[in-house]
Each structure stands twice: as C-alpha cells, then as structure tokens.
Design a protein around this ligand. Sequence first.
Ligand code: APR
Length: 289
Amino acid sequence: MPTPSIVILTGAGISAESGLRTFRDADGLWENHRVEDVATPEAFRRDPALVQRFYNERRRSLATVQPNAAHLALARLERERPGEVLLVTQNVDDLHDRAGSQNLLHMHGELLKARCLGCGAIHPWPGDLDGTSRCPACERGGLRPHIVWFGELPLDLDRIYDAVERCGLFVAIGTSGHVYPAAGLVQAVAPGTRTVELNLAASRVASAFQEVRTGRATDLVPAFVDELLVRAWHRFIPAGQAGIALAAVGGYGRHELHPNSDIDLLILLAPGTQAAHQASLEKFLAFLW
Ligand code: APR
C-alpha cells in the first residue's frame, strides 16, 4: 500500500519572514491599494498603467528577498519523503520555486510570468510590463500579468481537488482563510484525513482543522517536516491482517503509519541504510509471506 500523499496549501504568511508583505495583516498590500483598483479585470480595463505599476513594483521586490527556512523545509519534505507531496500555493512570488519545490501549483498565478491578451500564451517575464510590451509568440497581443484576479477562476483546480480528495494529510500554512476556493479545500478532504493548520494566529477556517499550531512559519514548518520525515519504506498490510512496517526512522521517532494497519513488526533502519538493506528486506518479506 503506497505511503499516503500529502497536500500542502500555503499563503502569504509563509513568505512574510522573507520580507514580502501579506495582504490582510497590518501594513498589508490591501492597506495601500483597494483590490478593486489593482486586482480585478475591470481595474485593468479602466487603468492598465496603474495595475501594471502595482505588479511591476511587486515583481521588482522579488529580487531583494530570499526563500526562508519554511520554504526550504517544504522542498526537503518533497525531496526526501517516499510518498507524493503536492504543494499548492496562493502566492505569486517565486520563493517556493527558488527553495527547490517542484511538485508545485501556483493557483493564483505567478508574478514572473506574463500572459498575452491576444493568443493567451504565457511567457516568463522578469522585467516590467507596460502598454508597449508585446507577446513574443504572436507579436501582436499586449501583455498582462499572469495573475488570477478577483472574479477569475484559479488555475489547476481539477488537479488540486483530485489531490486533496485522495491525500492522507492536508496542511495549510500562513493563510488567513479569507479567499475561496483555497479556504474551502480543507472541507474537500476524505473522512479520516489528518488536517493541520500552521499559522501565526488561527485563521478564519481554523475550526475545520483537527490540529492548529500557532507560531512563525520559520519555526513551525521545519519542526513539522522533521516530525513527518520518516525516511520510510512502508509496506502496509490491509487492516485486520498481521502487518509489517519497515521504516528507516530519521531519528525523530514519530511514524506516519497507516491508520488502519495492524503493525506486528516494525523494523527500524538507521538513517541512510535503507538502500543497503532493500534487497535483503525484500527477501525477508517474501519469506514471511
Ligand atoms: N508565519 C506564519 N503565518 C503568518 C506569518 C508568519 N510569520 N505572518 C503572517 N502570517 C499569517 C497571518 O496570520 C494570516 O493568517 O499569514 C496569513 C496572511 O493572510 P492574508 O494576508 O490574507 O494572505 P493569504 O491568506 O495568502 O491571502 C489569500 O487573498 O488577496 C488574495 O490573492 C490574494 O493569494 C491571496 C489570497
């Protein structure tokens, strides 16, 4: 039985300690700008120069910030955990990308990309956008930020809901729970799924989570990843039968054991020795079965 997958949803709070402002905290981005003026299709039609300036400023600020320990810990979890880890971010910054996360979906778009108003092509775009910017593909269309504005549909929703509905663990980090559908994803998990919120303060949807841990992301996330990161090779027997779990405990002790398996024998391997033991363990299991 495969190791249960993990889906992680992040919001602006995970980038706050890198120096990027959130939206709704004090001195947040929406303090200085009305959403209606800079983050809707109507705003872009009404005053494209103002909207381009708002995103040009945010795009430029990316050059001055770095991924923090929380971004790096999530990339480590994806690298080292045997089961699937899907990172769904509402953030349009590139800090998860630069931290090394690969199985990553930007559901609200990306600051460093531009979208053609004519052909719809999406291009990497690290520089400023203005009325003279032209689509490199069709060479006719003007360009807009590849950002999902209010009133537009977030990206990759089918893939996100599919992953949320089949995951064994759903974690929300640094998001206030103001904006749907992201804030409602926790309600889409299957019964029995473990749900955890990591946030500076409980979000608007904290009551939907089994577990809420409050604190700074750079403290909470690395510690949580350490708990999860059992370099494990799990072979679980369906519930009701004698079961064996093989786990290379990364020194943390807490196992992510399948909730329905009756484990009779847990074989612990010293970290990093899994490959050396793999062949003999396969023989051992074959002999047992
Ligand atoms: N560590 C952990 N959490 C933090 C930290 C921190 N250092 N700093 C702030 N937070 C938390 C706040 O407690 C809050 O819950 O981050 C959250 C930020 O909330 P918002 O500013 O509402 O940002 P977010 O939830 O990402 O907004 C969602 O709204 O405006 C739209 O498209 C925009 O993607 C954005 C969406």
